[in-house]
Write a protein that binds this ligand. Structure first.
Ligand SMILES: Nc1nc2c(ncn2[C@@H]2O[C@H](COP(=O)(O)OP(=O)(O)OP(=O)(O)O)[C@@H](O)[C@H]2O)c(=O)[nH]1
Ligand SMILES: [Mg+2]
Length: 207
C-alpha cells in the first residue's frame, strides 16, 4: 500500500544571501510552531562538508536533515526531492522549514520543486530575507543574485530592522517594490520577537 503521507506538510523556504539571518529566523519559527504543538522538520543545505548550523539546531532539540557538500540550487538539486520524501515517510511532520545555502541563486531549487511530483504540500511559502544593513553593498556586488532571490519570493522580510537606519530600510523596500510592486514586504528583527502580523503572513494556516 502506498505510504499515504501526501498533502500533509507545509513547506516554508527561507532564502537570502549569506548572513542575512535565515537560521535565526528559522529557529524562531521552529520554536513558535513547535510550541503550538505542530511537528517540525528542518532541512538545511550547507556548501561545506561539515554542517555547523545543523549541529547547533540539533543541540537545541530540533529534528534536522542536512544536505552537505554542495548546493541544492545546483549539484544537489535532485537530492532535495529525495530528502523531502524521506522526511515525509520517516517523520511525517506538519511543516518542513528549509534553509538553502545563501551562496547561490534559489531559482533552480524553485524550478525543481515546481516540477516535483512527490508528496504534494498543503502550502508552499517562499520567503526572501534581505539584510537591511548590507543591501546597498550587496546589490552592487551580487545584484543578479539579490534580484533573483526577490523574484522567487512570495513574501519579502527586511531583516535587522533593530540596527538599520530609516534610509537603509527605505532602500530595501524600494528595491523590492521596483522589482515586484505587488510583493508583501515587512521589516523584521529576526533576533527579537516576530510580530503576529508577520507570523500570519508566514504561517497563515496556523491556529
Ligand atoms: N542586528 C541584528 N542582527 C541579526 C538579526 N538576525 C540575525 N542577525 C545576525 O546576523 C548574523 C547572521 O545570522 P544567521 O541567522 O546565521 O544568518 P544566515 O542567513 O543563516 O547565515 P548563513 O547560513 O551563513 O548564510 C548573526 O550574527 C545574527 O546574530 C537581527 O534581527 N538583527
Ligand atoms: Mg544559516
Amino acid at each position: 500500500m502506498p505510504n499515504d503521507t501526501s498533502n500533509h506538510m507545509h513547506l516554508l523556504i527561507i532564502t537570502g544571501f549569506l548572513g542575512s539571518g535565515k537560521t535565526t529566523l528559522l529557529l524562531k519559527i521552529a520554536e513558535l510552531v513547535g510550541n503550538r504543538g505542530y511537528k517540525v522538520a528542518i532541512m538545511v543545505n550547507e556548501v561545506g562538508d561539515i554542517g555547523i548550523d545543523d549541529q547547533f539546531m540539533r543541540s537545541l532539540g530540533f529534528n534536522v536533515w542536512e544536505l552537505l557538500g554542495g548546493c541544492i540550487c545546483c549539484s544537489l538539486a535532485g537530492d532535495v526531492t529525495g530528502t523531502l520524501e524521506r522526511i515525509s515517510s520517516e517523520f511525517n511532520p506538519d511543516i518542513i522549514l528549509l534553509e538553502p545555502t545563501g551562496a547561490a541563486d534559489p531559482k533552480n531549487l524553485m524550478d525543481v520543486l515546481k516540477n516535483y511530483h512527490g508528496p504534494s504540500f498543503k502550502s508552499l511559502t517562499r520567503v526572501a530575507l534581505l539584510d537591511a544593513l548590507r543591501l546597498d553593498m550587496l546589490t552592487a556586488v551580487v545584484g543578479p543574485l539579490i534580484t533573483s532571490t526577490i523574484n522567487q519570493a512570495d513574501l519579502v522580510l527586511i531583516n535587522k530592522a533593530d540596527a538599520a537606519s530609516s534610509q537603509e530600510l527605505a532602500f530595501a523596500e524600494d528595491t523590492v517594490h521596483q522589482l515586484k510592486p505587488e510583493l508583501p514586504v515587512f521589516n523584521i528583527c529576526a533576533r527579537d520577537k516576530i510580530t503576529p502580523r508577520v507570523i500570519k503572513e508566514l504561517l497563515p494556516w496556523m491556529n
